[in-house]
Design a protein around this ligand. Sequence first.
Ligand SMILES: *Cc1c(COP(=O)(O)O)cnc(C)c1O
Length: 372
Amino acid sequence: MFDQKIPFLELVHVHRPIQSHVLHAIQNIIESNSYISGKNVRKFEEEYAKFHNVSNCISVGNGLDALIVSLRCLEIGAGDEVLIPANTFIATALAVSYVGATPVLLEPDLSTYNMDFRNIEKSITEKTKAIIPVHLFGQACDMEEIMGLAKRFDLYVIEDNAQAQGASCKGKLTGTFGDMNATSFYPGKNLGAMGDAGAITTNNHDLAKKAQMMKNYGSCVKYVHELMGQNSRLDEIQAAVLIEKLKYLNEWNAERKILAENYNRLLAGIGDIATPFKPDHLEHVYHLYVIRTNLREELKCFLLDKGVETLIHYPIPIHLQNAYKSLGYKKGAFPITEMLAQTSLSLPLYPGLTLSQQEYVAEAIKRFYNGH
Ligand SMILES: *Cc1c(COP(=O)(O)O)cnc(C)c1O
């Protein structure tokens, strides 16, 4: 009866419609003699900016660099504090540390799992320079609230849009609110390359120009260096992949939403499962479909035994990672974040997953609870 194998992520479905276009583009790139920062990169930057209705997109090598380059362009560094969510992928914190500033962690809202904006005001000190909201799992943050607070306290905003490309907040796309906004095209993201890639979006021309230099050795004219920049450039092949995949992003996100609704329906009322809560005014593009249960470890093992692969986002919060021992936080410092780390479980959800596969997952979950 339980004889299927359902991987956590399967990219063949999204790659099928673009494969021949990508092969053709790669053939052209091989013959073009231009492999970095060429015409595919420029075209992708234009199209990604147009998709967001922003004036500038600056491609970079990955999502972490998109955050680092943004922070450097805003001249955030030693002695500064940056507010970030306590439950996010570690990249958000690492970028802040990398520029020499201190990440200040904020507890999430228990319904959306996003940074609770009610914690922002009390976390602001003389040293606070910026807020990095993360649209976690694809759930848009309430950017109106965050932008309002940022304006009141004169703080920069850098959206970390790595998990929410194509999501919106009251009709305006995420990645268009902040002074600079970072995203990642790691292959598994809603818009993914076939390797590492990332981008910054901004409506500020001066910051855009600075970022274009910052990511290319501080230079826009060869061998003339205005800034102590870094090397974080997108290559032509990844840009060509992204040009093709961007055409499908809205369609794929729509499919993710249908799949999420299917799970919501199939899992309603089973055991102690909490399905994702989505506020009406904030879009969710379900980069991940994360449920919560107090029986997380047992359920994860049970599902694996039935052929269903799941993951945990994220098993160890940033403040309890060895890498961040220096911040001096003890267990218990962020109870909501720690509870999420103990109880969250991400189910398979990606374009191409079928309703019958979802029913299989739901049946397996039901079976698990029948035994409890
Ligand atoms: C994936 C991710 C990043 C980092 O992206 P990379 O391309 O892996 O460097 C940053 N922030 C969040 C929230 C992410 O999910």
